[in-house]
Design a protein around this ligand. Structure first.
Ligand SMILES: Nc1ncnc2c1ncn2[C@@H]1O[C@H](COP(=O)(O)OP(=O)(O)OP(=O)(O)O)[C@@H](O)[C@H]1O
Ligand SMILES: [Mg+2]
Length: 259
């Protein structure tokens, strides 16, 4: 079943065309890899799907509904969550509190209707609530972070901070998870762990769109790939098909790909 479709999505930043008529389908349950050289428009595409930006032209259809004009929070409530290329967590909060804040985000009122004071009151209330804590602990366990439960987030090793971001995204119970370079900066052992975690999330029924430069990760994990180059989709197919496509080799693997 089709979960999401972009229809000729185009995005201009001033005179710069960051995405040009990008169309693709995401089927429910799949892991779709999104690759391409630096500046190709990958993060911009995730920004548009998640509602951080609106497309200049074209639309994003999710469950048959045009979501291109919705705000990020509304899109999150519909079941789309994301992580960021540069980790975004609350450094001064504990690991558990970070997940609880994400759970509060998803609660009915939504963060934007709450002033900050009452937002943190809600987090404190969640902290006293055994059920909420058990849910948060389950999320931490699913990314192998339970032993860091009471650690202040700023003390986490980098790889663990990346996992905490994933746990925060999962706290909103997404049907679609958008991952922006979840393995960047990780060593090979940590990359393997990350592959396992992402695969488990997918096996629990979450559809995944993943941007990644680490070829081993993208090859291991993706059912299909799309390739962006200067804002245009230049290829789509299984990892094997895509990596043997001369256009892709020329554009991406030839020179500019970074490790
Ligand atoms: N908010 C913005 N304002 C202006 N230009 C932007 C903005 N975001 C992205 N761009 C430009 O759009 C183009 C695509 O950027 P994007 O971040 O989507 O690339 P990317 O494929 O994610 O690259 P990388 O692999 O380096 O993360 C780049 O030329 C970038 O400078
Ligand atoms: Mg990017």
């Amino acid at each position: 079943m089709r979960l999401l479709q972009t229809q000729k999505v185009t995005k201009y930043f001033g005179g710069l065309c960051a995405l040009k008529e990008v169309s693709f389908n995401l089927e429910q349950g799949e892991v779709m890899g999104l690759i391409g050289p630096n500046g190709a428009g990958k993060t911009t595409l995730i920004n548009i799907i998640s509602g951080a930006f609106h497309p200049s032209q074209g639309k994003v259809v999710y469950h048959g509904r045009d979501i291109s004009r919705l705000k990020a929070h509304q899109i999150n409530v519909l079941g789309i969550a994301r992580t960021f290329q540069v980790v975004r967590i609350f450094k001064r909060l504990t690991v558990l509190e970070n997940v609880l804040t994400a759970m509060v985000d998803r609660s009915k009122e939504g963060p934007w209707k709450l002033v900050w004071g009452s937002f943190f009151k809600r987090v404190c209330a969640f902290k006293q609530d055994p059920e909420a804590c058990a849910t948060a602990e389950g999320l931490l366990a699913s990314v192998g972070l339970l032993r860091y439960r009471d650690e202040q987030a700023e003390n986490l090793p980098y790889a663990m901070a990346k996992r905490l971001e994933i746990a925060r995204a999962l706290a909103t119970r997404p049907k679609l998870l958008l991952l922006d370079e979840p393995s960047s900066g990780l060593n090979p052992a940590e990359q393997n762990e990350q592959i396992k975690i992402i695969r488990q999330i997918n096996e629990q029924g979450v559809t995944i769109l993943i941007i990644e430069h680490v070829m081993k990760v993208i090859m291991d994990i993706s059912h299909r790939l799309i390739v962006l180059h200067y804002g245009e989709k230049i290829a789509e197919g299984t990892p094997k098909e895509v990596y043997s496509d001369p256009l892709v080799v020329e554009a991406y693997l030839g020179g500019e790909a970074h490790a």
